[in-house]
Structure formats: structure tokens, C-alpha cells
Design a protein around this ligand. Structure first.
Ligand code: BTN
Length: 254
């Protein structure tokens, strides 16, 4: 059954995982990953059929109804300098976009920094969280939520949300985990960067920027992605380098 999630099957298919924890229902797989983080020292996956408190960036809700989506958190322990953590999000976006495209047969684009769009609709959200603890190796939690057949979206997201259709669930999750782990292991090589830029549909477009630090909204033209995965925009003749921790973006035309 390709629709039935199985910890055993994922474990068998994914080389990068040392353990898989499956739940029918959980509050948030990222939160469960945090609770489990010190019980095991290797790479592991937390996956659920349903989340009651799925979280997105800026503590927004991530709609996670039972059975119609994939909700999982990959925990990695990479030997990378902390300043490279932001690149993990970029690497994860490429890994997810490539595998979503391969398994669904539909083109997957990236909205900076880590939303995946299929057919002009947001179908995937990624939430990366880093855990730094004194005298412990760095842990990174890459949380991925994918709408497979979800269609009954709440009013506030129904205009922009979509789904990718049914896929071989266990095989796609395993392939995504292996690709993220491989990119992160070789993060210095930045092999995912060209592909990120190629799939990033904001470049060349006018975007509305909300700067959360100074609580300001302005419009700008998206120009390029720099080596650290930041977005470079032009605003009133000025070149601004935006970090995903500080701003959120919207675009009027896909
Ligand atoms: C976003 O759209 O801002 C990111 C959404 C990330 C959702 C995934 S679902 C699995 C994992 N658990 C969570 O609570 N969030 C992430």
C-alpha cells in the first residue's frame, strides 16, 4: 500500500536514517523531534499522519489534516559551522522540490526561502530549527509538510494553497531524507545552489517585503540569491540583502 505510511519501509529505503518514529497523531513532528533529541544521538525521522499543532515560520499554523498530507521532521547532526545553518534551509528546499517533481511528475518551484509551489499554489512548507547546546554536537531539525490530496483548506489560505496529488509516500519521504542528508553533509560544496536559483520564481519580480525587525512594509525588485542564500533586492536605487530570519515576502503575480 503506497498510501500507508510505514516506519519499517522508510527505514529500509533510506540510507541516512538510524531510527524512524511514526505516530497516527501528534501535536507537531518538530516538537516531538525536540522532545526526542537527547534520547538518541544519530540521525532520525519523526513522521505523522496527522498533526494537531503543526507549526510554520513565524509561529503560523500549518494545516495538517489526517491522511491527506505528509508531515515529518528529519533530525541531522552535521559537523558544520553554525554560520552555515541558514544554508540548510536552502539545501532542504532544493531536495524537496526535486523529489516532489520526480514523484508527482509536476514542476516544482521555490518561493524564497523555503516554500514549494506546484501549479502556482503553495503545496509544501519547510521549517528548519537548529538546536545548539553546550558541549553537544549541533542538531538540525528539518520539518517538512506536504499537501498530497488536501483540498479543504481554511479560508485564510485557500486562495494560495494547493496539493501535489497522491504519490508513493514511503518512497518519497525516504528519497527526500537521503537527499537533504547528502546536501547537508557536503554543505560547503553548495551543489544545490544553481538549482535553487533556477527554481526560484521570485527573481526579476516586484515583491512586497515585510521587515519584522523594524515593522516596515515596502516594495522592491528581487534580483539575486547570494552565496549564503539571502535574497538581494533593489529598492529606490539601493541594494538590500535580506535574511529570511528578518523578513517575509509576498508577490502579486506568480
Ligand atoms: C511554513 O509553511 O512556514 C513551514 C511549514 C512547516 C510544516 C512542517 S509539517 C512537519 C513539521 N512539523 C511542524 O510543526 N512543522 C513542520
Amino acid at each position: 500500500m503506497k498510501k500507508q505510511l510505514s516506519a519499517k519501509k522508510i527505514m529500509k529505503l533510506a540510507n541516512s536514517l538510524e531510527k524512524v518514529y511514526y505516530y497516527d497523531t501528534i501535536d507537531s513532528t518538530n516538537d516531538e523531534a525536540k522532545r526526542l533529541i537527547n534520547t538518541f544521538s544519530g540521525n532520525f525521522l519523526v513522521i505523522a499522519s496527522h498533526q494537531t499543532k503543526g507549526r510554520g515560520r513565524w509561529n503560523r499554523n500549518f494545516f495538517s489534516p489526517g491522511g491527506s498530507g505528509l508531515y515529518f521532521s528529519l533530525v541531522l547532526r552535521p559537523a558544520i559551522p553554525t554560520e552555515k545553518c541558514a544554508l540548510v534551509t536552502v539545501a532542504a528546499a532544493v531536495a524537496v522540490a526535486e523529489e516532489v517533481e520526480k514523484f508527482s511528475g509536476k514542476r516544482a518551484d521555490i518561493k524564497w526561502v523555503n516554500d514549494i509551489y506546484v501549479g502556482g499554489k503553495k503545496c509544501v512548507g519547510i521549517l528548519t530549527e537548529s538546536i545548539f547546546e553546550k558541549d553537544k554536537p549541533l542538531s538540525i531539525i528539518v520539518g517538512v509538510g506536504i499537501n498530497l490530496t488536501t483540498s479543504d483548506f481554511p479560508d485564510e489560505i485557500k486562495e494560495k494553497a494547493g496539493n501535489i496529488g497522491e504519490v508513493d509516500r514511503n518512497a518519497m519521504v525516504a528519497a527526500i531524507c537521503d537527499k537533504i542528508a547528502c546536501f547537508v553533509e557536503n554543505i560547503e560544496e553548495k551543489k544545490f545552489m544553481n538549482e535553487y536559483v533556477r527554481r526560484c520564481f521570485l527573481l526579476g519580480k516586484d515583491v512586497t517585503v515585510y521587515d519584522k525587525i523594524v515593522d516596515k512594509i515596502y516594495t522592491a525588485k528581487a534580483q539575486e540569491i547570494d552565496e549564503e542564500g539571502r535574497l538581494v533586492v533593489a529598492c529606490n536605487g539601493e541594494r538590500l540583502v535580506l535574511s529570511s530570519e528578518e523578513v517575509s515576502l509576498s508577490v502579486s503575480k506568480f
